[in-house]
Design a protein around this ligand. Structure first.
Ligand code: IPM
Ligand code: MN
Length: 375
C-alpha cells in the first residue's frame, strides 16, 4: 500500500477516453497540446488510452468494464473524456454507463463549468466586452434529477404513468455549496449566487435555501444572492456581467451551462471539470459527439483543450495551465478559428497553432492573460 495518492505520484497517470464522433477529433488535438505542454514545462505525465465508445460497445457488448472504476481510483491522477453519443445506440446506454457512471461512481460531485468570453467578437450579445462574461457555474453532479429513480406503469395505454424522482441530500447540497464558496474565496470572487425553483419545488427548495444560508455564514467576506432559475436565465442574457459564481442543482446546472456556452461563443469553446478534490477527477468539453461533424475537420478543439488546461491546474501545474489559456486567447485574436466561430481553420490547424504557441511560451510564463477587446 502506498501513502501517496495518484495525484502526488510521478508520473501522474492520465486516462484518455476520446469516445465517439468529434470526441476523437478534438481528443487528438487535446493530446497534441498536452504533449507540447508537458515537453515545454517538463511535466512528468503518462497517458493511457481507453477505447470505450459506441464502436467498442457494439463489438463487445461492454460499456464500462468491470474494475474500471477501481483501476481509475488506484492508478490515475485524472481522466480526460472526449464525447459520447452515437446514432447506432439510440438509448445512449454506453454514454450513460461511461459518462454518468464515472461521475456517480467516482463521486465527482463538483461539475465546474467556467463561462468566459475569450474574445468579444464571439459573444452573441450586443456591446459586451470580454470582461463582461466571466463567471463559473458549480453544478451538483451526483444527485438531483440524475439519480434515475422512478418508474412507469401501464405503458402504451391511455392510463400510462411515469414518475421521475429527484433526490437531494443535505450532504450533497452542502458540499457543492461549500465548493462554490471555497472557489470564490480562493479566486477573489465577490459573490455566490444560488439558483433554484423553490417557489414551485417546496421541499427541495427548502433544503437548498437553508443550506445556502447556513454555509454562507462561514464566508462573511463573500456576498450572496438567490435567484429563481427562470429569472437567472433572463439575467444571464441581460446582464452577464453581474455574475461571478453560480451554484445550482444537477439539472438546472446542465441547462444554464448550455446558455453559458452560447454566451462565450458556443458549445465548441466550453470546458468542464468533474471534481472530487483530492481524488481522481474527470475533464471534458461540454459539447457532445456531433456525429455529422465527425472526421470533417470542422470540430472546434478549444473546449477540449481548455479542459486539458483545467486538468493541469487540478494536477498542480498552474503555469502550464496558464500557458494553454494564453495560447487559446492568441489563436482567437489571430482569427485562427473553426467554422462554428466564423473562421475557416480546421480542427488540426487550430490544434497545431495552440501546440506551437505553448511550445514557444517564455521561460518565465505567459504574458499576463489578456482578452481581446476594443478600448
Ligand atoms: C452534459 C450533458 C450530459 C448531462 C448528458 C449527455 C447526459 O448534457 O454533460 O452537460 O446532462 O450531464
Ligand atoms: Mn448538458
Amino acid at each position: 500500500m502506498t501513502s501517496t495518492t495518484p495525484q502526488q505520484q510521478r508520473p501522474q497517470r492520465i486516462a484518455f477516453l476520446p469516445g465517439d464522433g468529434v470526441g476523437r477529433d478534438v481528443g487528438a488535438e487535446a493530446v497534441k497540446v498536452l504533449e507540447a505542454t508537458a515537453e515545454r514545462f517538463s511535466l512528468d505525465l503518462e497517458l493511457e488510452h481507453f477505447p470505450w465508445s459506441a464502436d467498442h460497445y457494439l463489438e463487445t457488448g461492454v460499456t464500462l468494464p468491470d474494475g474500471a472504476v477501481e483501476d481509475f481510483q488506484e492508478r490515475f491522477a485524472a481522466i480526460f473524456v472526449g464525447a459520447f453519443g452515437d446514432p447506432r445506440v439510440p438509448d445512449m446506454k454506453h454514454a450513460a454507463d461511461i459518462l454518468l457512471g464515472l461521475r456517480f461512481r467516482l463521486d465527482l460531485f463538483i461539475n465546474q463549468r467556467p463561462v468566459r468570453l475569450w474574445n468579444e467578437s464571439l459573444c452573441p450579445l450586443r456591446d459586451k466586452k470580454a470582461r463582461d462574461v466571466d463567471f463559473v457555474v458549480f453544478r451538483e453532479n451526483t444527485e438531483g434529477a440524475y439519480v434515475g429513480s422512478g418508474g412507469n406503469f401501464k405503458v402504451g395505454t391511455p392510463h400510462e404513468i411515469a414518475t421521475q424522482e429527484e433526490i437531494h441530500t443535505r450532504l450533497g447540497v452542502e458540499r457543492i455549496v461549500r465548493a462554490a464558496f471555497d472557489f470564490a474565496v480562493a479566486h477573489g470572487r465577490r459573490e455566490v449566487c444560488m439558483t433554484d425553483k423553490s417557489n414551485a419545488q417546496r421541499f427541495v427548495g427548502d433544503l437548498w435555501q437553508r443550506t445556502f444560508v447556513e454555509v454562507a455564514r462561514d464566508y462573511p467576506q463573500i456576498e450572496t444572492r438567490h435567484l429563481y432559475v427562470d429569472a437567472l436565465a433572463m439575467l444571464l442574457v441581460r446582464e452577464p456581467e453581474s455574475f461571478d459564481v453560480i451554484v445550482a442543482n444537477n439539472m438546472f446546472g446542465d441547462i444554464i451551462t448550455d446558455l453559458g456556452a452560447a454566451l462565450q461563443g458556443g458549445m465548441g469553446v466550453a470546458a468542464s471539470a468533474n471534481l472530487h478534490p483530492g481524488r481522481v477527477s474527470m475533464f471534458e468539453p461540454v459539447h457532445g459527439s456531433a456525429p455529422p461533424l465527425a472526421g470533417t475537420g470542422r470540430a472546434n478543439p478549444i473546449g477540449a483543450v481548455q479542459s486539458i488546461a483545467m486538468m493541469l491546474d487540478y494536477l498542480g501545474h498552474r503555469g502550464a495551465s496558464d500557458a494553454i489559456e494564453a495560447a487559446i486567447v492568441e489563436s482567437l485574436t489571430a482569427g485562427a478559428m473553426t467554422p462554428d466561430l466564423g473562421g475557416s481553420a480546421t480542427t488540426s490547424e487550430v490544434g497545431d497553432r495552440l501546440a506551437r504557441t505553448v511550445s514557444a511560451t517564455p521561460v518565465d510564463g505567459p504574458a499576463a492573460l489578456q482578452c481581446e477587446e476594443t478600448p
